[in-house]
Design a protein around this ligand. Structure first.
Ligand SMILES: [Cu+2]
Length: 378
């Protein structure tokens, strides 16, 4: 009885219409402690994977799909060359007035995980744990610590920032804000790391990221991660739009992580058109990495609850930057549409619900401009 009530409430609050084969998950649910308050003092349970699966990243592109250009957005044809040229011209006029060297003279270099020293790694993880130990701002009712403010923001905005051309831009600003909060609130004094998943596509478990020493196992079979520095981490935001205490869980699937490969990344980066490239990147290495790590990372809404989210998204942002570096016009022009179908312009805003100032796309296209000031080590 208790188990069916629980699954019903999860299903309703996360917007799921029907849960298939309830008998398949009953045994898992039945193992949950009896009340939510009791959970707060205990190890949070692993939730049945179905709760994450329901909100998984969709529109995934294999190398074959990419070769067939299945990522193409129908709407990008409406963005005429004339329009794009005008936006480029407009941006050039503005950037002529800005001395980039003067506003970003101390560029931070985000270092790939394998080259990030043990001291850097520990400082970074300490800063994340610091955020997790600090109280929430109060801005988000579902958040129980400062780190979960960031997860809540992502959960709140999920429909606006996925599946449309804002995806790469919003997540770029979100990562920058994460770094800025680590620095201003937890004394972090280095640049973020990023993780080159092309080196370990199809074999994530061999990476030191998922070792006892750092993030703990990726092969957790959907159970709680019980090793590494985030062992038994309790999460309160998600899955989906619901909020229920659960542990950090993972469920590695190499048949999916194989597509974080260089061929997938390069296949998307060969695309000339921003909106098409962004669509390809989102359904390419981005989605495969999320779904391949599994469980919490499989939940579009609550995936930042797994701290590896930020290593993964720095990889995606780095791929975007590599694409921009191929042609200088790519830091001065934009196309594609937002979730409502409105064309993006350089003046379209990117907001983080006031956790940091709202910016315009023109402010964050260049990672070495006056708003952001970072690059990647390769
Ligand atoms: Cu996201």
């Amino acid at each position: 009885m208790r188990a069916s009530l629980l699954s019903a409430s999860l299903a309703v609050s996360s917007g799921v219409v029907a849960l298939p084969a309830i008998s398949d998950v009953l045994s898992d649910i039945a193992a949950l402690p009896s009340s939510i308050p009791a959970l707060l003092d205990e190890i949070a349970p692993a939730l049945p994977l179905l709760n994450f699966e329901t909100h998984r990243f969709t529109n995934m592109f294999t190398p074959e799909d990419i070769a067939q250009r299945k990522f193409e957005k129908n709407d990008t044809d409406t963005d005429t060359t004339e329009e794009t040229q005008f936006r480029t011209f407009e941006a050039a006029a503005v950037s002529n007035n800005v001395n980039a060297a003067a506003t970003c003279s101390n560029v931070r270099v985000r270092i790939e995980w394998d080259s990030y020293s043990n001291s850097d790694r520990q400082a970074y993880i300490n800063a994340i744990k610091c955020l997790q130990s600090r109280g929430p701002s109060g801005q988000f009712s579902q958040s129980r610590n400062r780190y979960e403010d960031l997860v809540s923001l992502h959960q709140n905005l999920t429909p606006n920032i996925h599946g449309n051309a804002k995806f790469l831009l919003w997540h770029r600003y979100y990562l920058w804000m994460f770094e800025d909060i680590l620095r201003s609130e937890c004394g972090f004094d280095r640049a973020l790391p990023w993780w080159d998943e092309t080196r370990v596509s199809g074999r994530f478990a061999v990476s030191s990221v998922f070792s006892d020493q750092w993030y703990g196992a990726v092969n957790a079979g959907g159970n709680c991660v019980t090793n590494g520095q985030f062992a038994n981490l309790a999460l309160n935001v998600g899955p989906g739009t619901s909020n229920y205490p659960h542990c950090l869980a993972r469920d590695n699937d190499d048949s999916q992580t194989q597509y974080t490969s260089a061929s997938v990344v390069n296949g998307c980066n060969n695309e000339n058109d921003y909106a098409n490239m962004a669509s390809c990147a989102e359904g390419g290495a981005h989605a495969w990495g999320h779904n391949g790590i599994g469980a919490v990372m499989r939940d579009t809404y609550g995936s930042p609850g797994d701290p590896v989210f930020f290593l993964h998204h720095a990889f995606i942002d780095r791929n975007f930057r590599i694409w921009q570096n191929q042609n200088s016009a790519r830091v001065n022009s934009i196309n594609g549409r937002d979730t409502s179908g409105n064309p993006l312009t350089l003046d379209t805003t990117v907001n983080v619900q006031d956790m940091r100032p709202t910016v315009r796309i023109r402010d964050i296209l260049d990672t070495t401009g006056s708003t952001l000031c970072y690059k990647y080590n390769y």
